[in-house]
Write a protein that binds this ligand. Structure first.
Ligand code: ATP
Length: 201
């Protein structure tokens, strides 16, 4: 099965791109969504987290108290490693499960950390949603209602634009309208369909 990874920095337009391809009938696995799903009540990872960190990381309704957990792991790198030892394998397994369950012509894995983690090993090609930094700051600040400096701070901790561009197989430049983005995605979508036919699945 052909798997296309979509990545890009914060607010670059990954969701805008995957939503559009999703509207063309392509299945989308969203790594951010998976990371929330694996810690829902009843899932083994949440049980493991509770066993490790105690009831203080659960809300009264049984949901994970992210703020409480974040405070614990922020203060202690060892605790962070313990947490990641629980969540990372659970996320990887669930991503694999959802990719395997897909029956669309090709499947998208959208992830902000595709290039930074071994998630890129799951995909056949990497499609980068690229944006000039000024556009990225402006759109993210507007969407999240936060100051531009806060967005720049997050961007400084992410992979830089040139390195992402070097690692990508395909690039769309999301500096115009959504219609412009869709216009760039159309030929890629056709190329992926063609590849999927040759891929034998
Ligand atoms: P994150 O990694 O932070 O979740 P993302 O890469 O998924 O972000 P989106 O949420 O798709 O990015 O886009 C960021 C914001 O910019 C959203 O509010 C979205 O509606 C808007 N946006 C994306 N592309 C365009 C565009 N071409 N024109 C105008 N607004 C856009």
């Amino acid at each position: 099965m052909l798997i296309i990874g979509i990545t890009g920095g914060i607010g670059s337009g990954k969701t805008a791109a995957s939503d559009y391809l999703g509207s063309q009938g392509i299945a989308v696995v969203d790594a951010d969504e998976v990371s929330r799903q694996v810690v829902e009540p009843g899932r083994p990872a949440l049980e493991q987290i509770r066993a490790e960190f105690g009831d203080q990381v659960l809300q009264a309704d049984g949901q994970l108290d992210r703020a409480a957990l974040r405070e614990i792991v922020f203060a202690d790198p060892e605790e962070r490693r313990v947490l990641e030892g629980i969540t990372h394998p659970a996320i990887a397994a669930e991503i694999r499960r959802q990719l395997e369950a897909s029956d669309s012509p090709y499947t998208i894995l959208v992830s902000p950390l595709l290039l930074e983690t071994d998630q890129h090993e799951l995909v056949d090609r990497v499609l980068l949603v690229d944006v000039p930094e000024s556009v990225q700051v402006e759109r993210t600040a507007r969407r999240d209602e936060v100051p531009g400096d806060q967005v720049r701070h997050i961007m400084a901790a992410q992979m830089d634009r040139q390195e992402r561009r070097r690692k990508a197989d395909d690039i769309v430049l999301n500096d115009g309208s959504l219609a412009d983005l869709h216009e760039q995605l159309d030929p890629l979508h056709q190329a992926y369909l063609e590849r999927a036919r040759n891929h034998g699945g």
